[in-house]
Design a protein around this ligand. Structure first.
Ligand SMILES: C[S@@+](CC[C@H](N)C(=O)[O-])C[C@H]1O[C@@H](n2cnc3c(N)ncnc32)[C@H](O)[C@@H]1O
Length: 222
């Protein structure tokens, strides 16, 4: 089996590296543009959180179980259009986790909520009326897909409104030209994001920047 990949695994590795909790057993997590959320199943079984909401514009959220490329995908890993999220979780659990109590269906549905075919800003505008603030928000590899920088900053601000007072936001963006359809953040774009946050972690590799922070509280609000 190949390595587990994805933001949930990255979060777990970073907590170990920084020796810092980014969430607790009470935490409500929001993952905007979640893509493949499998690594959050892994995260849950490694360090419990209370609730995860994953939203994605894609009509069908697919969980890919890591397998080696040189082997055909086993029959029981094949996902069809009628495979439910719980069935996808069961497959992931069997092949990747399998060392702690598997969630039964009601517990899974209490813990994981998926909003497929949902645009981030529509969701956030609706959610304002429905949900308390989140403790940890992932905005990973999404902002740089928005062609207009002002729209992308607007989305960032909208997201910040949904972060609890002590909540943490995790932002990952491309800073280098990557391929068409990617609008990398330059240093001044990054500074704008940074200026709204009390920074917990800021790291760059050749292509991307990862910024983790809390909402900056102005002197008047203190
Ligand atoms: C590059 S993937 C990132 C997946 C995951 N967050 C990660 O970091 O690996 C971007 C995801 O954002 C979703 N997406 C793009 N625009 C969106 C929008 N406006 N609202 C919600 N999801 C969006 C895409 O469907 C895609 O699954």
């Amino acid at each position: 089996m190949s390595d587990i990949h994805g933001t949930g695994k990255e979060c777990l590795d970073l907590m170990v590296k920084l020796n810092k909790e980014l969430f607790t057993a009470e935490s409500q997590i929001l993952d905007i543009g979640c893509g493949d959320p499998g690594s959050f199943f892994y995260l849950f079984h490694s360090a419990k959180f209370n609730h995860y909401t994953g939203i994605d514009l894609n009509e069908r959220i697919k969980v890919r179980v890591p397998t080696t490329h040189d082997q055909p995908i086993p029959e029981d890993l094949v996902i069809s259009s009628d495979t439910t999220m719980y069935e996808q979780y069961e497959k992931y659990y069997k092949y990747v986790i399998n060392n702690s109590d598997k969630l039964d269906k009601p517990s899974f549905q209490r813990t994981f909520r998926f909003m497929q075919g949902t645009a981030a800003d529509d969701f956030l505008k609706q959610e304002e009326k429905l949900h308390p603030k989140f403790d940890l928000i992932f905005l990973s590899n999404l902002l740089h897909l928005i062609p207009d920088k002002q729209d992308s900053f607007k989305l960032f601000d909208l997201v910040l409104n949904h972060l609890g007072e002590n909540g943490i936001i995790w932002i990952k963006v491309f800073v280098e030209e990557y391929k068409s359809g990617v609008y990398p953040y330059n240093e001044s774009d990054i500074n704008l994001i940074r200026s709204r946050l009390s920074i917990i972690h800021d790291a760059a590799d050749a292509e991307k920047r990862l910024i983790i922070g809390k909402k900056k509280i102005s002197a008047q609000q203190r």
